[in-house]
Write a protein that binds this ligand. Sequence first.
Ligand SMILES: Cc1cc2nc3c(=O)[nH]c(=O)nc-3n(C[C@H](O)[C@H](O)[C@H](O)COP(=O)(O)O)c2cc1C
Length: 199
Amino acid sequence: MDNDSKHRLVILVGSVREGRFGPVVSSWVAGQATAYGAFDVEVVDLVGIDLPLALPDASPKHAGDDYPRPAGMAPLTSALAATDAFIVVTPEYNHSCPASLKAAIDWHYTQWAAKPVAFVSYGGPAGGRHAVLHLENVFSELHAVTVRDGLAFPDYPAVWRDGVPLDPAVHGYAKLLLEQLAWWAGALRTARAAAPYPS
Ligand SMILES: Cc1cc2nc3c(=O)[nH]c(=O)nc-3n(C[C@H](O)[C@H](O)[C@H](O)COP(=O)(O)O)c2cc1C
């Protein structure tokens, strides 16, 4: 596949905590996505992005591109706007996603619409699935399409070594996630080019 026909993919690193595990997971996911071949991959890390909790006095839904975002958010906004697909890498904080990830989501609206979102999660016994269940609801409100097959790593310190998951079966699960994501990315890219998404 040449670069023009590849789908643009943003891998969003959801946690910004000191000593976080998120970058380990997202670099491995980026390697899998690059090797798969259908995507032009960009890892977008929320660390260092200006993500205030106080939102402006208008909804991004109605303000569109004029939404008054801080200058330090511009690289994030541009990456979200330009991409065809997302993989959200999230841990579980108190049975939901980290506040950093929710803030990045809430500061945007049209950037998510009519695009597919897949999830890779990690955490304690539930492997971050509580966070993913919340995020599936959130992204449906934003007119995004969530991909059925995700990857979840329960008790992640025991199942990763040297930046790689220990279970070889994970590669098959990752391939299925990427196949479904590429299918949706292609279908929705064609649909967005054919007609503006109604909102
Ligand atoms: C504020 C906070 C709340 C947490 N709540 C949960 C939880 O509800 N379920 C869970 O499995 N792990 C929970 N954990 C453990 C995290 O899954 C674990 O610390 C993980 O490494 C966090 O991802 P990060 O290192 O990328 O920040 C919590 C961690 C923090 C910091």
